[in-house]
Every structure is written in structure tokens, then in C-alpha cells.
Write a protein that binds this ligand. Structure first.
Ligand code: IPM
Ligand code: MN
Length: 352
């Protein structure tokens, strides 16, 4: 019996509801794979902030470091100014726990739920490796002459050789392990961002040529990448990109795989504490109505098990999700599934 300690942050809005269903499914699958999961809840989020005026206690990060994985619901509260919780909780955890990869699989489970004409599951199956600790997200920059007619706002993209290289290496390794078309595409903007993506492109070809000769290298500008997501998603295998571009293209990716109800992601520190989340956000208007789709959180749970080395268990959960999506659900959207949040969790738990 293998036992894992999991930190659970339900967070805001529909976060706690979907995490509850993810845990239901994990607990249904675990005994079949000789696994035991021990959960420790943390109450970080908007409600706690409004109550205590503290975004994240100083003890949080050292405490979380003791866990191999965190299961996160959602961060974002309608009564808290945008940026406070996102930067103070989500980004702080990503940075301080050095989760330098944001891994976002884009996989269509059922063609009924794809907004693209004539695209089937065999056409949409790729993974975005998003750099998760640098770029425009570091908070580097500031104001000059704020609140005057002369005000200047500067927001700098930070790209370190170390940060870029470790991200690229992860992406090459991932492409090799995935073993599909063995093609890694760098998505950037070398025609305009001639410093940042010059570094990315040089590092990409240096590392690729030296250490990953078995992996084919491709490059595309990020604007063209979004075009091909819609036109020819079957062209992609693994894409690597910076933090901001990765944020943008993965929302588009989520839409072509069936929407936010199904899209999951992992914030990965390959040597440390990783954090898994549905990428849809807190969806305040659906809170506590038993209408939100829990499958993105369930899929995040599957990604977590894969990260922990329990690949057959992860596979079984994903297969159960696919079966339920194909055979039971009317839609992947909140309130339209034909079942409630808890019932969808029950269906997957009974299938796994
Ligand atoms: C995501 C989200 C976050 C991001 C926000 C909430 C800070 O959009 O995980 O993609 O921009 O990374
Ligand atoms: Mn995003």
C-alpha cells in the first residue's frame, strides 16, 4: 500500500464543490490501485482574506512544502479587488514552491463538445508546456508619475537563461516520454520580441541539438499558433512557450477541448511540491448550486496521480471520465450536463 499526503485548497466560489467531487473519485479509485490518500485541508482564499485581512499566512508555504502535491479548486472572489488573491495566493505558491512548469493537456474526449467543425478526438490531442515562474508574471516594473497626465507604466518580461533552459528541458523530456510525434514546437514572437524570444530560440535549438536529437523542433509565432489551434489542431504534439503566451493560448485550448468544464492543469516542480487545478476559475455565479462541471477538477486529480507515479490509476480515472462524458453527459457546460455536480462525481466514481 502506497500512501500520499495531499494538501487540499478548495478556495473560492465553486472551488470547494469541484474539489469534493475530485476527492470522491480519487477515493473510489485508490483502493483498486493499492493507494491511500490522506488529505489536509487549508482554508486559503477570498473568504479567509475578508475575515482576517491576511492573504496567505507566512506559515503557508513552509507548511505546503511538506506535501508532494496540492489539489486546488479556484482562487478569485467577487468582493476582492482583482490581483490581490491571484498574486497573493496563486502566483505566490507557483513562485515560492518553484512550480516552474504549467502543464496543460488539450484533449478532446467527445466530438459533440468541440466547437470546431469536423474535428474529432483524434484531431485534438496535444499538450502545452507553459513557463510558470517568469516572463510578464514576476511583478517587475512599476509606475512613474502615477496619477498624473505624465504617468508611465512599465511591466517587464523577465527571461533568465536558467528559467528558460529548465522549462525547455522539461518540455523536451516530456515530448520524449509522451512518444507520439516526437515534435516540440516553440511558440513565441521572434519577429517583435527580439530579446526575450531570441534567448528562447537560441536555447531551444542548442539544447535540442545537443541533448534531444530524437525530438523534432518546430517554431511558430504565437499569433499563428492560435490560428492553427482553430484550423489544424492535429498539427500539434507538444508546445512550449512563455508564461503570458501560455496563459492566453491555453484558454483557447480549453475551448477546443470542450470548455472550462473539462480543462485541467498542473503547476509542476519536478523535484518538489506540485499543484493541480481545474483552470476555469471560481465561477461565483454558479457557487453552491450543484451545477458546475466537476470533471476539470477530477482530471486535475488524475494528473496529480500521474505526477505521483501512479500512472495506471491516473489512466483509469481519465478513462472513467471519457466514458461518462461520451455515454452520459448532454453538455460539458455548467447547468446543462443533464446531471448535477454531485451526480457527475458519482457517475465517475462508479465507473472508475
Ligand atoms: C491561469 C489563470 C491565472 C494566470 C490567473 C488567475 C492569475 O488565468 O491559471 O491561467 O494568469 O496564470
Ligand atoms: Mn489563464
Amino acid at each position: 500500500m502506497k500512501s500520499y499526503n495531499i494538501a487540499v485548497i478548495g478556495g473560492d466560489g465553486t472551488g470547494p464543490e469541484v474539489v469534493r467531487e475530485a476527492i470522491k473519485v480519487l477515493d473510489a479509485a485508490a483502493p483498486k490501485f493499492n493507494v491511500k490518500l490522506n488529505y489536509t485541508p487549508f482554508d486559503f482564499g477570498g473568504d479567509r482574506y475578508l475575515r482576517t485581512h491576511e492573504v496567505l499566512p507566512d506559515s503557508a508555504v513552509p507548511e505546503l512544502r511538506k506535501f508532494p502535491a496540492i489539489l486546488l479548486g479556484a482562487i478569485g472572489h467577487p468582493d476582492v479587488k482583482p490581483g490581490i488573491l491571484e498574486k497573493g495566493i496563486l502566483l505566490r505558491m507557483r513562485f515560492e514552491l518553484e512550480q516552474y512548469i504549467n502543464l496543460r493537456p488539450v484533449k478532446l474526449y467527445d466530438e459533440r463538445f468541440c466547437p470546431l467543425k469536423d474535428k474529432k478526438p483524434e484531431h485534438i490531442d496535444f499538450v502545452v508546456v507553459r513557463e510558470n515562474n517568469e516572463g510578464l508574471y514576476t511583478g517587475s516594473g512599476g509606475f512613474v508619475f502615477k496619477d498624473t497626465p505624465h504617468e508611465v507604466a512599465i511591466q517587464e518580461s523577465i527571461n533568465t537563461r536558467r528559467g528558460v533552459e529548465r522549462c525547455l528541458r522539461y518540455a523536451f523530456e516530456f515530448t520524449r516520454k509522451r512518444n507520439r510525434r516526437k515534435t516540440l514546437m516553440l511558440s513565441g514572437k521572434t519577429n517583435v520580441l527580439t530579446f526575450a524570444f531570441d534567448l528562447w530560440e537560441r536555447a531551444f535549438h542548442e539544447i535540442g541539438a545537443r541533448d534531444y536529437p530524437d525530438i523534432k523542433r518546430e517554431y511558430a509565432h504565437v499569433d499563428a499558433t492560435t490560428m492553427w489551434f482553430v484550423k489544424n489542431p492535429e498539427w500539434f504534439d507538444v508546445i512550449v512557450t512563455d508564461n503570458m503566451f501560455g496563459d492566453i493560448i491555453t484558454d483557447l485550448g480549453a475551448m477546443i477541448q470542450g470548455g472550462m468544464g473539462i480543462a485541467a492543469g498542473g503547476n509542476i516542480n519536478p523535484q518538489g511540491t506540485s499543484m493541480f487545478e481545474p483552470i476555469g476559475g471560481s465561477a461565483p455565479k454558479y457557487t453552491n448550486q450543484n451545477v458546475i462541471n466537476p470533471l476539470a477538477a477530477v482530471c486535475a486529480g488524475a494528473m496529480m496521480m500521474d505526477f505521483l507515479g501512479e500512472t495506471p490509476m491516473a489512466q483509469a480515472i481519465e478513462n472513467a471520465v471519457i466514458k461518462v462524458v461520451r455515454e452520459k453527459l448532454k453538455s460539458l457546460a455548467a447547468g446543462k450536463m443533464g446531471y448535477g455536480t454531485r451526480e457527475v462525481g458519482d457517475l465517475v466514481a462508479a465507473t472508475v
